[in-house]
Design a protein around this ligand. Structure first.
Ligand SMILES: Cc1ncc(COP(=O)(O)O)c(C=O)c1O
Length: 389
């Protein structure tokens, strides 16, 4: 039987493949970015209460009303304009659906979208699936800073949108005000749509503060803000995200989401209200815990001989292995990551899988550290033995 041409435009996800390899070889899985600890107890209880309390049928397409009200309150604050729960908010099946909906609602086949690389592996296939051309703008290691000239050079008459993920997977960067100003100027000048992926907006280090780009005056009417619950509340398997779209795009977003998934899971949406009602102390503790995890991860990597820059946000670091005193240090990233998984027992993701631009990412692997300290310690012990094998 025939398969669609679009399927040949991308391969299977390397990240999910590394997870399968990790499971097969009983490796500690620092490849895919998900926690090995549970969501907050209050949220788990709210989910079971919702299931037993009858919240088991489709909810209104745009999202469970109480959740949309909460999100509208939160984002009225964050974005600085009156977010209407019935107009601007859409609850999605994860940020993944949110990004697809944002593209489908606004872009036509043949349009171009700028994707800053290294990038979350899903962005490119998501564009290709709907006939949109992803145009990659690579960032240079080890600082991964946005470069105004490079971004500007990627613009063509077909460019319609730019996708910005901050805090950033896989580098751990939080793009600073100067870098966001570069994006803002470009988007304004070329009349582009900005799609943001802010799934890590609650995971920040060293007193950094997240500023939603859509809150900046010139971007307010041209930004679709996409956020999620998976990372902030350790519930990636719940598949819950949301979009805040400006009035001119809101109907298009609603329409695509309606036909794509009808609605996100109702009882989990009901429980997500409890997540948004958690006290500030929850975020304070989470922030402390992530600092501890980050610092542990960085010291294990340094001891093992990796060169990795300190994450500013999110829970990843790109670690350069090329300076290690090992024959494997001369291998390419895929071979190195597979060796690390099968022989050392620690799974990571080859840096190349975050770039479509040839020649990038071949000397680094990405480690994800949303893990219990005991898990990270065991990974550290295994990495420390690398040199004596
Ligand atoms: C930047 C980024 N966006 C989106 C996702 C996926 O989000 P979700 O699980 O809510 O679909 C991830 C997951 O790792 C991510 O890192």
């Amino acid at each position: 039987m025939q398969t669609a041409d679009r399927v040949s435009q991308f391969g299977e996800s390397t990240i999910r493949d590394m997870t399968r390899l990790a499971l097969k070889h009983n490796a500690i899985n620092l490849s895919q970015g998900y926690p090995d600890f549970d969501p907050p107890a209050a949220v788990l209880e709210a989910a079971t209460a919702a299931i037993h309390g009858g919240a088991n049928q489709y909810t209104i397409t745009w999202g469970y009303p109480a959740l949309r009200r909460k999100l509208a309150e939160l984002y009225t604050d964050q974005l600085g304009w009156p977010v209407d729960p019935d107009v601007h908010v859409t609850v999605t099946c994860g940020v993944t659906e949110g990004i697809v909906v944002a593209m489908m609602a606004t872009l036509n086949p043949g349009d171009e979208i700028i994707i800053i690389e290294p990038a979350h592996e899903n962005f490119r296939p998501e564009a290709l699936m709907i006939g949109v051309t992803p145009v990659a703008v690579p960032l240079e290691s080890p600082h991964y800073r946005l470069d105004a000239d490079r971004l500007a050079a990627a613009i063509t008459p077909r460019t319609r949108a730019l996708l910005l993920n901050t805090p950033h997977n896989p580098t751990g960067r939080v793009f600073d005000a100067d870098e966001v100003a570069i994006v803002t100027a470009l988007v304004e000048k070329h009349n582009l749509l900005l799609i943001t992926d802010e799934i890590y907006n609650r995971i920040l280090y060293d007193n950094r503060v997240h500023v939603a780009p859509g809150s900046l005056e010139p971007l307010r009417d041209r930004t679709i803000t996409v956020g999620g619950f998976g990372k902030s509340y350790a519930m990636t398997g719940w598949r819950l995200g949301y979009m805040i779209a400006p009035s001119s795009l809101a109907t298009a977003v609603h329409r695509i989401h309606d036909y794509l998934t009808i609605c996100a899971p109702t009882p989990l949406q009901a429980a997500a209200v409890a997540a948004l009602e958690l006290p500030e102390s929850y975020y304070a503790q989470m922030t402390r815990d992530y600092h501890t995890r980050r610092d542990a991860m960085m010291s294990y990597l340094e001891e093992a001989g990796f060169v990795a820059s300190l994450p500013e946000g999110a829970y990843y670091t790109m670690a350069d292995f090329s300076q290690m005193d090992l024959p494997q240090a001369q291998w390419d990233a895929t071979r190195f990551a597979r060796w690390l998984t099968t022989e050392i027992g620690v799974a990571a993701v080859p840096g190349t899988s975050f770039y479509s631009t040839p020649g990038y990412g071949n000397q680094s692997v990405r480690f994800a550290f949303p893990k219990k300290l005991a898990t990270l310690q065991e990974a550290g012990a295994r990495l420390a033995k690398m040199h004596v094998r």
